[in-house]
Design a protein around this ligand. Structure first.
Ligand code: ADP
Length: 488
C-alpha cells in the first residue's frame, strides 16, 4: 500500500492525507483520491484516498492480529491518558483543522477537542470495572466468576458534525475494553481524524490497534458488517444508514451501538426563567450551526409567555455573526453543504407558506456550489405540528416556536415523533419537571438546561434514535463481552 498525498492544508499533524492500516500510513490501492474542500471558502484542503474492499479487509486483519497480544488494563489506561493529554496539548491545531473542514467557529472546535479528550481521561479511570468478579459463596456446588472479555474488532462509522467529538466518545471505550479499532470518518471531515491518528502514532499506540480507512462508504460498511473478526459496530449518523447497517449485520449477528437521528423538543412553561431558557436555547440550538442530533428542533412555549420568550431569543439571535469559522468574530459558520442549505430553506419556506411568522431572518441566496452555504439564523413563531420543521430534523440555524396551553398536550406533542434522543424542559416547578421528565420518551432529558452529554453519563436514544450508549460504564460495556467461568 503506497500513497503520497501531500495535502494543501499545512499542518504539523497532517504530513500526508492518508489512511492508517497496521501502523502504516497508506492510500488507496487504486491510487484514487477525492478532493476535500473547505465548506466556508471552497479552498482545496487535500485529496484523500478512496479506499475499497481490499484495504478495509487489510485494516480489519491488522486489528485482529493486534488483539492477539491482549495488553493489560493498566497499559490500555496509559494509552487513553496519553491520547487525552496529546489532544489537549494540540488543542489549537486540532481545532483549526476541524474548522477548516467542518466550518464551525474556532471556539466551538476547541470545545469539541476538550470534549473528545475528556472521554479518554474519563475511561482511563474506569477500567477497574472490567476486573473479574467472583460471585459470593457456592452456587450449584460451584464457584462462579464473571469476566469481561474484549468483544472483538470494533468498527466505527462517524458523521461530520463532530469529527473529533464522535470518535472521541467511541475510541477510548473500545480501546479501554481491549478492542482494536477500524474507523471510517465522514467524507466531509477526514482530516480531523487523520490528525488524531497522528497523535496516536506519536504517543505510541502500537500498530494495528487504531486503523483508519477513508473511502467508499458502502464498501467500508459492507466489510465491517460481514467480516467475522468485527464483532461490534458503533455508528453515529442518520436513521436511514443505521437501518441499512442493522439489515447488513443481521445474518452475522453482531453487536451494534446506534446513535441515530434526533428531533429534540424544547419546552418552556409559563413559570420558567425565560432569560435562562433563552440563553440555554442559544447554546443548544446554534452549536455547530444547528447541525447536531441533540439540538432543539421543536420549541414549545406556553402561550402566556410565548411572545416574551421569542423576543428574548430574537434579541440573542440578532447578535449572531455569520461567517468563516476561522474569523474569531464568527459565531455561526456555514452549513456543511448545499443539500443542507436546501433542506433548511425548504423547512422555512414551508412554515412561512403555512402561516408561521418570521421574527428574525431573511432568504439567503442559494450557493452556486457545494460550499459557502451560509444560512441566516432564523426565528419563526406560529409553527404548527404538520409543518415540515415539526416532522423532520432541520439540521440548521432555525428556531421554530409553537405555542401550547396544556401540560399533557405538550408532552404528547413532544413524544409524537419516531425519534427519542434528547428533550429539554424549562419550569420552576420541581414536581412537574420530574413528572414530565419521566413521561418524555427520550434518552437525554435536560431540565432547566440545554446541556450536551458528558463522559460520566450514558448517552443514547430511545425508539428510532437507536440503541446502545456512549459514555458512562454503559459506554464501556458496549465493547466488552461477559463470560462466566464455573469451577466445580
Ligand atoms: P449524514 O446525513 O449525517 O451524513 P449519514 O448516515 O449519511 O448521515 O452518514 C454518517 C456516516 O455514515 C458517514 O460516515 C457516512 O459516510 C456513512 N455512510 C453513509 N452510507 C453508508 C453505508 N451505506 N454504509 C456504511 N456507512 C455509510
Amino acid at each position: 500500500m503506497q500513497g503520497n498525498q501531500k495535502p494543501m492544508i499545512e499542518s504539523p499533524l497532517i504530513e500526508k492525507a492518508l489512511g492508517y492500516i497496521g501502523g502504516q500510513w497508506c492510500g488507496a490501492d487504486s491510487g484514487k483520491t477525492t478532493p476535500l474542500l473547505n465548506p466556508a471558502t471552497g479552498e482545496h484542503l487535500a485529496d484523500v484516498p478512496s479506499m475499497g474492499v481490499p484495504e478495509i479487509t487489510a485494516a480489519v486483519e491488522a486489528a485482529e492480529s493486534a488483539m492477539a497480544e491482549a495488553p493489560s488494563p493498566g497499559r490500555r489506561a496509559r494509552w487513553l491518558t496519553d491520547m487525552g493529554d496529546a489532544m489537549l496539548a494540540h488543542k489549537d491545531e486540532l481545532a483549526r483543522i476541524i474548522t477548516l473542514e467542518n466550518g464551525k467557529p474556532l471556539a466551538e472546535s476547541a470545545g469539541e477537542v476538550e470534549y473528545g479528550a475528556s472521554f479518554f481521561h474519563y475511561f482511563a479511570g474506569q477500567l477497574d470495572h472490567l476486573s473479574a468478579k467472583s460471585l459470593p459463596g457456592s452456587i450449584r456446588n460451584c464457584r462462579w466468576t464473571v469476566h469481561h472479555r474484549p468483544a472483538g474488532v470494533a468498527g466505527f462509522i462517524t458523521p461530520w458534525n463532530f469529527p473529533v467529538g464522535m470518535v472521541g466518545k467511541k475510541l477510548p471505550a473500545a480501546l479501554g475494553a481491549g478492542c482494536a479499532v477500524v474507523a471510517k470518518p465522514a467524507p466531509q471531515t477526514p482530516l480531523s481524524m487523520i490528525a488524531c491518528w497522528a497523535l496516536a502514532e506519536q504517543v505510541g499506540i502500537p500498530a494495528g490497534w487504531m486503523n483508519l480507512v477513508i473511502g467508499d462508504a458502502a464498501a467500508i460498511g459492507g466489510v465491517l458488517c460481514a467480516h467475522p473478526a468485527v464483532r461490534v459496530i458503533s455508528f453515529t449518523g442518520s436513521t436511514a444508514t443505521g437501518t441499512l447497517l442493522i439489515e447488513q449485520t443481521a445474518p452475522y449477528v453482531k453487536r451494534l451501538a446506534m446513535e441515530l437521528g434526533g428531533h429534540a423538543p424544547f419546552i418552556v412553561f409559563d413559570d420558567a426563567d425565560l432569560e435562562r431558557a433563552a440563553d440555554e436555547l442559544m447554546v443548544n440550538k446554534f452549536r455547530a450551526g444547528g447541525q447536531t442530533c441533540i439540538c432543539a428542533n421543536r420549541v414549545y412555549a406556553h402561550s402566556d409567555i410565548a411572545v416574551r420568550f421569542v423576543d428574548a431569543v430574537a434579541d440573542r439571535v440578532g447578535k449572531l455573526r455569520v461567517g468563516n469559522g476561522l474569523d474569531p468574530q464568527t459565531t455561526l459558520g456555514p452549513l456543511i453543504n448545499r443539500a443542507g442549505f436546501d433542506k433548511v430553506a425548504r423547512h422555512v419556506r414551508d412554515a412561512l407558506e403555512n402561516g408561521a411568522k418570521r421574527i428574525v431572518g431573511d432568504d439567503p441566496p442559494r450557493p452556486g456550489h457545494d460550499w459557502g452555504a451560509f444560512y441566516s439564523p432564523t426565528v419563526l413563531l406560529g409553527v404548527k405540528s404538520d409543518m415540515a420543521i415539526c416532522r423532520e430534523e432541520t439540521f440548521g440555524p432555525v428556531v421554530g416556536v409553537s405555542e401550547f396551553d396544556d401540560e399533557q398536550q405538550v408532552v404528547d406533542q413532544a413524544n409524537s415523533t419516531p425519534y427519542g434522543l434528547a428533550a429539554f424542559l424549562f419550569t420552576a416547578d420541581v414536581e412537574r419537571a420530574e413528572r414530565i421528565g419521566a413521561a418524555l420518551k427520550f434518552g437525554h432529558v435536560g431540565i432547566n438546561t440545554g446541556t450536551n452529554p458528558t463522559p460520566q453519563a450514558p448517552f443514547g436514544g430511545m425508539k428510532q434514535s437507536g440503541f446502545g450508549r456512549e459514555g458512562g460504564l454503559e459506554g464501556l460495556l458496549e465493547f466488552s463481552e461477559p463470560q462466566v467461568l464455573v469451577r466445580g
